[in-house]
Write a protein that binds this ligand. Structure first.
Ligand code: CMP
Length: 430
């Protein structure tokens, strides 16, 4: 069996998509230009037809996704394929003209026309590739739209040449380019007026009317889509800017001191440069339970590796802690804890530096950096904060609230022992 989401399948689909595009362009072009194909072209055509035939067989042996799960059950695969793309693939693959019609004859060239239907397959590939290509879906949709718009313009230009054949006489590449130009100006509603249908020939007038109608529709589609696409391309940045603007308007309306406004703006700048404005805990909250642990482990991996106490700790303890850690950010000068206040959480430093100072701020007891923790004494001894902690740099911290702290120390006596020893040491130093 061939894996539907495997490498071979993707390359094969790509080859079929390129072949179908080649046919969609070349078949109508040859029909109006009446040229005879070069030997190279004949070989290429033979290769494409063989690929279209092989494509049908390959599909019977390629795993498919049913209700989100890949299956290799042959009956299910056949049933799904026969009900969906089989007819289109068959029409595109049958080389009837090759057997019954003289090559180069008009009838032979018309018999090739149904093969163009194979381009519809691109809709199937699109939904398949959307899973694997890491691109904005709006961008993929727009790419597809332009692809089919180009084909539509090409087909219309070929049709226009056929209508104008009496005027052009023998068709030349130059006539095709002029037709293509005319259709583009009509479809994009530019219409310079340098070319227009001959009003005495109804077939020309009706043809151009049809193109104008389709053109107006697709023009609206392009404008609408490009606007939403640009708005959505950097959705995180848009959200972040909105948030900052809201806070700034609020601070201005309440006439907050300029220095505070500046600090708030620095905070948001830092938030954007370090985590593109994403709030880890809000994203974690939205996830189903089954993913939470894996996500939290990946997000908080850095801190688990930095804090010496966590190194070599029991994996169940890590699991418990990792889900309770909440990221928070402080800017230089912020008081993270204040002497004498009731403490309801402790902190781990992921990045940045803080200083432990006396109540009046004159004496510095210690400087703490990446991997250190603080605020544990108030939780252990149920007493007010015994020092003030001030950020001396931008600080990325993780907080652990009292409830989670109590659960963790209750279940893991080793953790409790380590943290108590550290707290004792700190209290002795003061
Ligand atoms: P807590 O009392 O909850 O709040 C202030 C914190 O400062 C305290 O917990 C300790 O974590 C920390 N701390 C106090 N004294 C020292 C010290 N000498 N060295 C390092 N950290 C300290």
């Amino acid at each position: 069996m061939i894996k539907g989401n495997g490498k071979f399948s993707y390359f094969w689909d790509l080859w079929i998509a390129i072949s179908a595009t080649f046919y969609a362009v070349e078949i109508p072009f040859r029909l109006v230009m009446h040229y005879s194909p070069s030997p190279m072209m004949v070989v290429l055509e033979f290769l494409i037809i063989s690929s279209f035939i092989a494509d049908i067989f390959i599909h019977f042996f390629t795993t498919v996704r049913v209700n989100g799960k890949w299956t290799d059950d042959k009956a299910t695969i056949a049933k799904k394929y026969l009900k969906s793309w089989f007819v289109i693939d068959l029409i595109a693959a049958v080389p009837l003209g090759f057997f019954f019609l003289p090559a180069g004859s008009m009838a032979f060239m018309f018999s090739r026309l149904p093969k163009i239907i194979k381009v519809l397959r691109l809709f199937h590939y699109k939904s398949k590739w959307e899973y694997s290509i890491n691109l904005n879906p709006g961008l993929i949709n727009l790419g597809f739209f332009f692809y089919f718009l180009f084909l539509f313009i090409h087909w219309s230009a070929c049709g226009w040449m056929e209508i104008k054949i009496a005027e052009y006489g023998t068709t030349l590449l130059k006539d095709y380019i002029v037709s293509f130009y005319y259709i583009i100006t009509t479809v994009t509603t530019i219409g310079y007026g340098d070319l227009s249908p001959d009003k005495t020939r109804m077939v020309e007038v009706i043809y151009v009317m049809g193109i104008q109608l389709l053109g107006a529709g697709s023009y609206g589609y392009i404008i609408g889509n490009i606007a939403t696409l640009i708005a959505n391309i950097d959705i995180a940045k848009v959200h972040h800017r909105e948030r900052v603007e809201r806070v700034n308007t609020f601070m201005k309306s309440k006439k907050f001191p300029g220095e505070l406004q500046e600090r708030v703006n620095h905070y948001y700048d830092y938030l954007w440069t370090t985590r593109e404005g994403y709030d880890d805990s809000a994203i974690l909250e939205e996830l189903p339970e089954s993913f939470k642990y894996e996500f939290a482990l990946l997000l908080n991996k850095g801190i688990l590796e930095k804090v010496p106490m966590f190194k070599g700790a029991d994996s169940t303890l890590l699991k418990e802690i990792v889900l309770c850690l909440k990221p928070c950010v402080y800017t230089p000068g912020d008081a993270i804890c204040t002497f004498g206040e009731i403490g309801d959480k402790m902190f781990f430093i992921n990045k940045g530096t803080v200083e432990v100072v006396s109540a009046d701020g004159k004496q510095v007891y210690a400087n703490l950096k990446d991997g250190d923790f603080f605020g544990e004494i108030a939780l252990l001894l149920q007493q007010p904060r015994n020092a003030t902690i001030r950020a001396t740099d931008y600080c990325d911290l993780y907080s652990l609230n009292k409830e989670s702290f109590d659960t963790v120390i209750h279940h893991y006596p080793d953790f409790e022992k380590n943290i108590k020893e550290m707290a004792q040491e700190r209290m002795n130093k003061k």
